[in-house]
Design a protein around this ligand. Sequence first.
Ligand code: SAH
Ligand code: SF4
Ligand code: F3S
Length: 471
Amino acid sequence: MAEYIKKEETERQKEYLYKLQEINNAFYARHGRKPLANTETYGCQQNENDTERIRGMLSAAGFGFCDRAEDADLVIYNTCAVRENAEDRVYGRLGILKHIKEQRPDLIIGLCGCMVQQEHIVEKIKQVYNHVDLIFGTHALYKLPELLYEVYKEGKTVIDTESSDGAICEDIPILRDSDSKAWVSIMYGCNNFCTYCIVPYVRGRERSRQPQRILDEIKALAEKGVSEICLLGQNVNSYGKDLEENIDFADLLRMVNDVEGVRRIRFMTSHPKDFGDRLINAMAECTKVCHQLHLPFQAGSDRVLSEMNRKYTKAEYLEKIRRVKEKIPDIALSTDVMVGFPTETNEDFEDTLDVLKQVEFDTIFSFIYSRRKGTPAAKLDFVLTDEEIHKNFDRMLNVQNEISKRKNDTCVGKVYTVLVDGASKNNPEMLSGRTDSSKIVNFKGDASLAGQYVDVKITEAHTWSLNGELV
Ligand code: SAH
Ligand code: SF4
Ligand code: F3S
């Protein structure tokens, strides 16, 4: 069973919140404003959810928030280690922050998350980016008040990246991004050790939260008017395996489905090896569970899947998809795919294309393999050149774009219920929201509709989104 952070420890962190408040009150007295924090998130929904907790703690400590590091008194980057480009973006930002800090030495710079849970990265930051004041790993998130207080008091770099399987901390304040949708972590960590992946090393072993705590969180959200819940875990199908209660993810889904006020339930991510009929049935029977499934297949070739330690074959994957489609005919499907895994040949890649063509996903998230230090695949050799890998990647996108567009075309003329997120990112004059199947719909409407469910008739289909008008 997962360990929980003790009450005394969370109380101790609260004491530090009060101490930070005193410091921030003094700041207010000097400057006539609150100190401002700028937070940026790199990485997955788990990290987004962690950033909401960071902002919760900072807000409780008396910080206000700003969108640009240039205006901030405190910057915290919540980093991701899954691919090299995620890490490079952070290094790029740290270079810019160095200049800002030269002009404003009082600026405090903090780095946290998956990237700094790796020793070699912390060494590099200490050597090359010594303007960073605070480094804390994924397991130390709840200690932010204490660590930040030390930075202010000691005026020297504070580092807490102890590796552990991370006891679960339930009592962290949270400041959520949305009033209508919420991420709810149901478990942390991963036991799967796919050979390319760094996540198990930086997030520790699987720990499930107790069902009652999850339900209490969701009930409280629903009472505040949050109606869409996304249950989060690296592999939600493993939920409950480490609990004393005899409960699995399908059971949990049914319990969440019974919470009054919740209207839509989503979840991610499912691992194909553990995905089966129990969950498919729960999805089909729970009226609030969206008809949407994200089921990463990564690669189509059985040989590559085995090298990846994914524990299923192409045929098994396709069979599971067939069963979902049979039970839930209007299911919207998405997946993660990787191109250029070491040892992958052009012939292997044809199998990946074949899965895309057979399944016809609505959307895919596609990645070029990135070597991660310390993972087993890092020792394997490449068969394909960089150029061949990029060519395959482009070919894959072309195949998928055609499928996505064709599927979106079938939506034209139909009416969908959309939960309005707010102004569209690309065009502030339009509203943007999502259907039950998680398709993005842009349409004209009043900003006051944000957070509401409205019916939209689709007038035009693009590859990545739909346009429509209110009915
Ligand atoms: N736990 C989830 C996703 C974790 S990371 C799952 O198992 O599906 C999200 C995606 O990043 C993965 O699905 C994979 O496609 C991709 N990814 C992970 N490690 C990678 C690497 N080293 N290089 C490129 N993509 C990677
Ligand atoms: Fe990484 Fe595999 Fe775990 Fe997903 S299931 S987080 S890809 S090791
Ligand atoms: Fe990245 Fe960590 Fe998520 S490595 S993908 S932020 S779990």
